[in-house]
Design a binder for this molecule. Sequence first.
Ligand code: FAD
Ligand code: MLT
Ligand code: ZN
Length: 465
Amino acid sequence: VTNDPRPATRNPQPATFESHLRTILGDAHVITDPDLKASYETDWTRRFSGSARAVVRPADAKQVAAVVRACAAEGIPIVPQGGNTGLVGGSIPRGGEVVLSLARLGAAEPVDTMAAQITIEAGVTVASLQNLARDAGLMYGVDLASRDSATVGGTIATNAGGLRVLRYGATRAQVIGIQAVLPNGEIIERMSGLTKDNTGYDLAGLLTGSEGTLGIVTRARLKLWNPPVARATALVALDSLSEAISLLGRVRGLASLDAIEAFFNDGMQLVCDHTGAPRPFPGVSGCYLVIECAAQSDPAEELASLLDGSPEVKAAAFATERPQREALWRYREAHTEAIGAAGVPHKLDVTLPLARMVEFEATVRAAVESATPGARAILFGHLGDGNLHVNVLGPADDDERADDAVLRLVASLGGSISAEHGIGVAKAPWLHLTRSPADIAAMRAIKAALDPQGIMNPGVIFGAQ
Ligand code: FAD
Ligand code: MLT
Ligand code: ZN
């Protein structure tokens, strides 16, 4: 006997959790077929994979909230996923979670040119965001080689850095407001676009860089910039990282400096082998830089004359037109795919104080080889930010001896174990090296307050409970 006036056949009680999800999203957007789930279950590096209970593809924030409430009711964990280009294993399941893909949240409002802001959904790729800004005569400040797949939501969740942090800041510096679904299914939203609004805790700032552990970003209000009129790019060969840092000291004096990126001969060789690009200069150099300047008037002359007068520079190639500039950038940007083609890397994204960087570079390769005989470390990164990417090739996926050696070396030199990729699951065991017990306790308290059941991306940042 029931008081419910609705006929049972018109509103059947969902028989299972999955059928409840299908009621919310429709059959096509609840994926349980192993073949169809597969691409959501392995990360970009191929080092991390796991099996999802289901992959769901909501269309908007309301559907995201309904899925989160359904998972919370059953205590089923959720892994938010954007473009799945993350490099610390945080976007794929560890086993039995619901993977919640934001791919269908792909809308954007017209650019607000007066405020130089855009309101855009989480699933839009960074490249599409850049194009929308460009079409409106503006630019987005974050750029990274994964731009065609990485999403607005994923880059906010990781506080992605990229190639132009020294001028425009990382993603956090672009976020004016967000809409997000909390682990209890509540939607929070502060999207008015007010750049000054000191009314209590900055929840958008807290969710930025939270790696999907505190909530799901569904929409964001982002800052845009006036674009430069002209760009000039140089690829420079030098003897060593120490010479590169000495040159950095001078190049920093250019108001037009937009990017300064470093790599070494082993990476240059891998990129040339992988892409078929010719070696840019005769012979071999210890270190290479891509330096880009951008301004309202052509910065080529000031960059060229600075490099001409710099004794560290062994050779340099210049470009001002887009195709030639892109060809120079390719030597730097193709590192990730060239290394990935050579093996499954352990990716260690670290920052060092600039004053300790040469010491780090001089010792880290030997530290890797002695931790795991036969392993080798390829280094490259964002020199202007003190951020080196140490990519270790050779160890088995679960052999973490080289990771341990590198991250302890970083900590001993006063650096951080993550500059821009985040902690994910890959670096969770080492969080304590560069965050204090009081820091970690405060972060855990925030996590427990917002996600008392621990359903939002468990294992990420804090490791397995
Ligand atoms: P995903 O990989 O899907 O997810 C990343 C993390 O964010 C996961 O923990 C996931 O759970 C969470 N997440 C995703 N979407 C949401 C959401 N909407 N709400 C809440 N949590 C969410 N990174 C840099 O910082 N700088 C670089 O220069 C850079 N270059 C790269 C180049 C290449 C070729 C590749 C493959 C990767 C690069 N990355 C770089 C790493 C990666 O692109 C960034 O971490 C990016 O921010 C991930 O975005 P995504 O949409 O792919 O997120
Ligand atoms: C980069 O700077 O190219 C990225 O952070 C990607 C990587 O570390 O491989
Ligand atoms: Zn990077």
